[in-house]
Design a protein around this ligand. Structure first.
Ligand SMILES: O=C(O)C1=C[C@@H](OP(=O)(O)O)[C@@H](O)[C@H](O)C1
Ligand SMILES: C=C(OP(=O)(O)O)C(=O)O
Length: 419
């Protein structure tokens, strides 16, 4: 067994009880940026314990302490995509000098589209390594050259959210035209809704969003639990013998697009019911598969691994679309899925923009040891397989800290044996 690995099994295959999920990292990281320019008027409740949120919080603290100083502040966001993208837009609006960098993988995740837009606005942002990728040298204090930028919408919605989050602070505001098809749309809507919670108005006509220069109102933003984290409990429920779980504080009307897991998992025999205090999920005994054949993840890319692995274990030969952004996330998630599903005989076959799951040759090898590719979602998507196979191994399990540090602790509390 590798040094840094755990073995997982679940003797009873039954799940019961409550799971207190941490706050959404997407909501938290938006709240932190709004709070940063909100001038003490913006309070945030239930901030996520995700490492990505802690990273952004520390980075923003570093700015407060160095603004106006002469030296360059080095900010290393590690693997945190939202921290990288949001800071790239936010730092030019402060007065400091920064070197913004991240993990080796972060240096392979494109950011040129956002940097080009910021330069059009007049910001001072340079690539210090490969053009189009972090690290970035950023000098604060820019004179706004224009209020109008056009940004491609089909690569990462985070570029758009990053610009919108600073829009109210720009002297001339921002007129953001989205070019091409918008991917991960709910994250953009989340950004606008959270700005709205701080009193920031916007006008969205066709493909253009306008935000005038505005100040935040006094507000307390309370972060909802993380729906992407909830998705792993849905997968565990679907793979269990019986499940009756309660996830406190999740609401049917959510800012998070990953609440789509409710409808997706209905196809896998899981019912969801919202009460005043949260969400109950149950497995229906003797559920017959619905006729669904195709699932689209364009609006909820972070659910893709959860659902694809779950479908594989249930021998559901489904097809999937909307996976085009997965190759530029924490790892190439398509390649990572293909490798790890292959370890138990399942294929994920690429056919243009559609992917097909092929489970006919599913088998359990003597040893099942899953690699995680520095991707929290690989670890959390494959862990539920301990309910199906007689024990699995997960390598580098600490990756879960990126978004859900208590993941393994919660699994132990719900009957998983982890050694
Ligand atoms: O804005 C956000 O908080 C996020 C947007 C999505 O990224 P893309 O817009 O790059 O798809 C998502 O995958 C990521 O985990 C979080
Ligand atoms: C893609 C993700 O995060 P980020 O882009 O913020 O690193 C994720 O959490 O799945």
């Amino acid at each position: 067994m590798e040094n840094n690995a755990i073995r997982l099994s679940h003797p009873t295959k039954t799940l019961k009880g409550a799971v207190e999920l941490t706050g959404s990292k997407s909501e938290s990281n938006r709240a932190l940026i709004i709070q940063a320019w909100g001038g003490g008027l913006v309070e945030v409740g239930n901030l996520s314990s995700a490492a990505d949120t802690e990273t952004l919080k520390q980075a923003l603290r570093a700015i407060v302490h160095t603004t106006g100083g002469d030296g360059t502040t080095v900010i290393d966001v590690g693997p945190a995509g939202t921290a990288m993208r949001f800071l790239t837009a936010y730092l030019p609006t402060t007065n400091g000098r920064y070197l913004l960098t991240g993990s080796e993988r972060m240096k392979q995740r494109p950011i040129g589209i956002l940097v080009d837009a910021l330069r059009t606005l007049g910001a001072h942002v340079e690539f210090t390594g490969q053009t189009g990728y972090p690290p970035l040298a950023i000098n604060g204090g820019f004179n706004q050259a224009t209020d109008a930028v056009t940004v491609k919408g089909d690569v990462s919605s985070q570029y758009l959210s990053a610009l919108l989050l600073i829009a109210p602070t720009l002297p001339n505001g921002l007129r953001l035209q989205i070019e091409g098809e918008l991917t991960s749309r709910p994250y953009l809507v989340m950004t606008l809704d959270m700005l709205g919670e701080a009193g920031i108005q916007h006008d969205w006509q066709g493909d253009t969003i306008y935000i005038a220069p505005q100040r935040a109102h006094a507000t307390r933003i309370v972060v909802e639990p993380d729906w992407s984290a909830a998705s792993y409990w849905y997968a565990m429920a679907a793979l269990s013998a019986a499940a009756d779980l309660f996830l406190p504080n999740l609401k049917s009307q959510s800012l998070q697009g990953d609440a789509a897991i409710v409808n997706i998992m209905a196809h896998f025999g899981i019912t969801s019911s919202f009460t005043d205090g949260g969400l109950s999920i149950r497995k229906i005994a003797g559920h017959q598969p619905t006729g669904v054949t195709l699932l689209d993840f364009k609006e909820c890319p972070d659910l893709a691994q959860t659902v694809i692995v779950c479908a594989a274990a249930l021998r559901r030969d489904l097809s999937f679309t909307g996976l085009h952004t997965l190759k530029i996330k924490e790892t190439d998630r398509i390649a990572a899925l293909q490798n790890e599903l292959g370890k138990f005989g399942v294929k994920l076959v690429e056919d243009g923009s559609v992917y097909h799951l092929r489970t006919a040759e599913l088998r359990q090898p003597e040893q099942l040891s899953f690699d995680t590719y520095e991707d929290h979602r690989m670890a959390m998507a494959f862990a539920p397989l301990a309910l199906v196979f007689d024990g699995i191994q997960v390598n580098e399990p600490n990756v879960v800290e990126k978004s859900y540090p208590d993941f393994w602790k919660h699994l132990k509390q719900h009957g998983f044996v982890i050694t």
